[in-house]
Design a protein around this ligand. Structure first.
Ligand code: ARG
Length: 461
């Protein structure tokens, strides 16, 4: 038999393979609450503007509420033959209330219907991520406060560079996840326009009130161009972009946790609740959660490229290609939610080995820059010359297999006559970090200021 929803001009129904490639009910059933809310708002508007009768609206909304509880209690029978969530619900509404159900789709198309459902879903997901990032930021601030003066090696090229504080390193992630959160908010702000009422692509001749439905559904205003409205998936692309960037941040930290937790580094110990053992090697404690966060980033990135590629050649307005938007976004959302939750758990629990960090911070001539800076400050050398003198001191220490602070004053004076006792104070890692008091620098006093700033900022929103 042909399709009840659009089968007027069709003599026969679709091939089974056509049905299989066409149906989206397997995944878009996730949109049922949004679909019902959209329909309730649309029906109320149709009644208010006199397009349908109050009696029809009453039946429609009662029927939709029945369907909502049927779906929620698992009694609803989804049908692949009915393609998608929109037609499954409308068909059931017809069974429940008869001809009045057929009036619901007046002045509406599935093109604006799916756009409004999906926007509502993405907006709610963005609000979830906003809260989850708030929890993650809080966890970072708590750990940073504990470790604002804990010295660790800072790296460039993963080679020891200069001593920094662990609190400062954690606060770097606060900046990153803070930017992610502001991207979430920007995205919400930009997508906060209601597609409902654009109809198929041209708008409608019925005297609808799009401002009424926009308001009822919690959008700031209706969209302004009906063609753009049904063609646009920027909100989904923006979601995937910000998810990918946030994923990259999580992945970089995950990679650091993997490195830090190796016995060779020994900077951190993962809690039992966020690590796993090996079935053959009894001594092992593996950072699986961190590794999976790192890996799942690939999946989220893939979804972004996937949807960008779906959209890139589409002429205006709606094409069925756009049905491919949902699985990408649903999976990216579920994946990112889990990644953020796992990272939050790890950060809360992670044990810090301050002694190992400090020891490593002193290796690799990490205070060489401090020596060069001292020569500039105390002996008036131009920085380039000071750099050269320091290089010779490093070479000598390397030859003697000791740290810079273990070179004798005679040795140092043989390299440059202006060096005196005072130099030793800048060669310790603690003094090195304490001296980095520039705005945003690693000095414990600066790190504390930034923690305070962030606490204030988080309390405000
Ligand atoms: N299931 C479709 C989607 O996800 C709904 C819109 C269908 N519209 C249409 N004209 N076939 O995009």
């Amino acid at each position: 038999a042909s399709n009840r929803m659009w089968g007027g001009r069709f003599a026969s129904g679709p091939d089974a393979i056509m049905e299989a490639i066409n149906a989206s009910i397997g995944f878009d059933r996730k949109l049922y609450t949004q679909d019902i809310r959209g329909s309730l708002a649309h029906a109320a508007m149709l009644a208010k503007t006199g397009i349908i009768s109050a009696e029809d609206e009453k039946q429609i909304s009662q029927g939709l509420n029945t369907i909502l509880s049927e779906i929620e209690s698992g009694k609803f029978e989804f049908s692949t033959r009915l393609e998608d969530i929109h037609m499954n619900i409308e068909a059931r509404l017809a069974e429940l209330i008869g001809p009045a159900a057929g009036r619901l789709h007046t002045a509406r198309s599935r093109n604006d219907q799916v756009a409004v459902d999906f926007r509502l879903w993405v907006k709610e997901e963005l609000q979830r991520i906003d809260r989850a990032l708030g929890d993650l930021l809080e966890a970072f601030l708590n750990r940073a406060e504990e470790h604002y003066a804990t010295v660790m090696p800072g790296f460039t090229h993963l080679q020891t560079a200069q001593p920094v504080t662990f609190g400062h390193h954690l606060m770097a992630y606060v900046e990153m996840f803070g930017r992610d959160r502001s991207r979430v908010r920007d995205a919400i702000e930009r997508m906060d326009e209601c597609p409902l009422g654009a109809a198929a692509l041209a708008g409608t001749g019925f005297p609808t009130d799009r401002f009424m439905t926009a308001k009822a559904l919690g959008f700031r205003e209706p969209t302004r161009n009906s063609i753009d409205t049904v063609s646009d998936r920027d909100f989904a692309l923006e979601f995937l972009s910000l998810a990918a960037i946030c994923g990259v941040h999580l992945s970089r930290l995950a990679e650091e946790i993997v490195i830090w937790s190796t016995p060779q580094f020994g900077f951190v110990r993962l809690s039992d609740s966020f690590s796993t053992g090996s079935s053959i090697m009894p001594q092992k404690k593996n950072p699986d959660a961190a590794e999976l966060i790192r890996a799942k980033t690939g999946r989220v990135n893939g979804h972004l490229i996937g949807l960008l590629t779906v959209m890139k050649g589409l002429p205006l307005a709606y094409s069925k290609d756009m049905q491919e938007d949902k699985e990408a976004v649903f999976d990216a959302a579920e994946t990112l939610d889990l990644m953020i939750a796992a990272m939050t758990g790890m950060i809360k629990d992670i044990e810090i080995n301050a002694a190992a960090m400090k020891k490593a911070a002193g290796s690799g001539f990490s205070t060489a820059t401090d020596l060069a800076d001292w020569l500039v400050r105390e002996a008036g050398l131009p920085f380039r010359e000071a750099h050269h003198v320091t290089g010779r001191a490093v070479a000598l220490a390397e030859e003697k297999k000791c740290g810079l602070e273990k070179l004798s004053l005679e040795d140092l004076q043989a390299i440059h006559e202006s060096i005196n006792e005072g130099v030793y104070s800048v060669l310790s890692v603690s003094n090195s970090v304490k001296s980095r008091t520039s705005y945003g620098g690693t000095a414990p006093s600066e790190v504390r200021k930034q923690i305070k700033n962030w606490r204030k900022r988080l309390a405000k929103d």
